[in-house]
Design a protein around this ligand. Structure first.
Ligand SMILES: Nc1nc2c(ncn2[C@@H]2O[C@H](COP(=O)(O)OP(=O)(O)O)[C@@H](O)[C@H]2O)c(=O)[nH]1
Ligand SMILES: [Mg+2]
Length: 292
């Protein structure tokens, strides 16, 4: 049997990415078509390789489109959107709580917070002066752009200048999902060890800013801050680094300065006719609960 993929299919026809059926060539993006051809070439019988490669590509393409839409929506409102990513327990909610209490009194902030289960973090972050929505993802290990669009719609962002997105605690999955943020913040805590940037490079490579958190307990843990910073620089030379503690307050002033200097200019009032972030999207999936 021939292993040339073009000889396995009728002319002008390719395998459909989602259901395995035949479709006109034009229905597939060029990279996907190339991946399928390569998969067919690697397997004379075709089937298994093709199905293994296909599925994630259209999902990520769809996410990227929605993420661009979110980005335009946030920028159009003069909002600085940050996506905070880390292992569970690195200190995202604690840092955001203190940020809302200090920086958030000067600059109005809002928070979208994701977890698999519970609205604990949403309740911890809830403040009269900050709109907060909890996204409960169920079994999904990351937030995606559609969830963010729905959650952003559920809260009042009218006077907000900064939108913090606390991602699901995970150093792997969130790396692949653009949420439409302008700034990706990766937190590395002293309790995790200095080597995590070397072990989980994709998420660090995608960071604009790395926060080295819980530095107040670094000495007690025998955590070498210098080595950690060197590891971050080696993997993510593009990222700025701030060492801080939400408990002692060390490093919070540079964090607030970082935010302050990146606030987008306000583009004036949003026209009443402006499209919402979710227009045209289905309203099923993970739950979104605005905190009241
Ligand atoms: N010593 C110390 N502990 C912290 C700091 N920030 C957070 N923690 C603790 O770390 C644990 C996890 O924090 P949390 O904010 O829930 O982490 P998240 O899962 O990333 O949101 C909690 O027990 C916090 O009290 C810090 O700066 N210093
Ligand atoms: Mg949290």
């Amino acid at each position: 049997m021939s292993t040339n993929p073009d000889e396995l299919l009728p002319a002008g026809v390719r395998i459909n990415a989602l259901n395995g059926g035949a479709a006109p060539t034009g229905a597939l993006s060029a990279p996907l078509s190339a991946e399928i051809s390569a998969a067919l070439a690697a397997s004379p019988r075709g089937e298994v390789q093709v199905r293994a490669v296909d599925l994630s590509i259209p999902l990520l393409e769809r996410n990227d489109i929605l993420a661009e839409r979110n980005r335009g929506y946030f920028l159009g409102r003069g909002l600085l959107a940050l996506n905070l990513v880390s292992s569970p327990g690195a200190g995202k909610t604690t840092l955001l709580s203190r940020t809302l209490d200090e920086f958030g009194r000067e600059v109005r902030c809002a928070v979208l917070v994701g977890d698999l289960e519970t609205d604990n973090d949403g309740r911890r972050l809830n403040r009269p002066h900050a709109a907060v929505a909890q996204i409960t993802t169920g079994t999904v290990c990351h937030l995606d752009a559609a969830m963010i669009a729905r959650a952003a719609e559920s809260i009042d962002l009218d006077d907000a200048r900064v939108l913090f997105i606390e991602n699901v605690g995970n150093l792997v999955c969130p790396a692949s999902f653009d949420l439409g943020e302008q700034i990706r913040v990766v937190l590395l805590s002293t309790t995790e060890g200095e080597d995590k940037p070397l072990k989980y490079p994709p998420i660090f490579k995608s960071a604009h800013l790395v926060l080295l958190t819980k530095v107040d307990v670094a000495d007690a843990l025998g955590f070498d801050r210098k080595v950690a910073v060197e590891n971050i620089r080696r993997v993510a030379p593009q990222a700025e680094i701030i060492e801080l503690s939400a408990r002692s307050g060390e490093g919070l002033a540079p964090w607030y300065d970082y935010l302050r200097t990146r606030l987008p200019r306000r583009a004036g009032l949003r026209p009443a006719s402006a499209r919402s972030a979710t227009e045209g999207q289905s309203q099923t999936g993970p739950t979104v609960a605005p905190m009241r």
